[in-house]
Ligand binder design. Structure first.
Ligand SMILES: [Zn+2]
Length: 109
């Protein structure tokens, strides 16, 4: 079972209290961008077996969005942080590297 902690209100709950919002830290492309960049922004997503950075919304709580770093295979959560954070916090990168020594920092968004 996946258990997440909302960084906005501090409540820890099962995933049924939250709603998954897809990949975190997408670079947005709009009018004026190339067709290739716009296509990647709209349709192409990472689907790793391992460390992944995702968006979640606390739908049955405060209603706010946040980011989570977790392992898609083991459901281990490395940490959560607010949606206003544009890069992965260093303490979460350190935690991932402690637990997954083979993981490359360059894979962080
Ligand atoms: Zn919350």
């Amino acid at each position: 079972m996946l258990t997440l902690t909302c960084p906005n209100c501090g409540i820890t709950a099962e995933e049924t209290e939250f709603h998954a919002g897809g990949e975190a830290h997408l670079k947005r492309f709009g009018p004026g961008s190339s067709d290739s960049d716009f296509e990647k922004y709209l349709f192409m997503r990472e689907n790793p077996k391992g460390v992944h950075f995702e968006r979640w919304r606390h739908v049955y709580g405060c209603g706010k969005w946040f980011h989570a770093a977790r392992d898609t295979m083991t459901l281990e959560v490395f940490g959560t942080y607010t949606a206003q954070t544009s890069t992965v916090p260093q303490e979460i990168i350190d935690k991932i590297q402690d637990r997954r020594p083979d993981w490359q920092v360059s894979a962080a968004p």
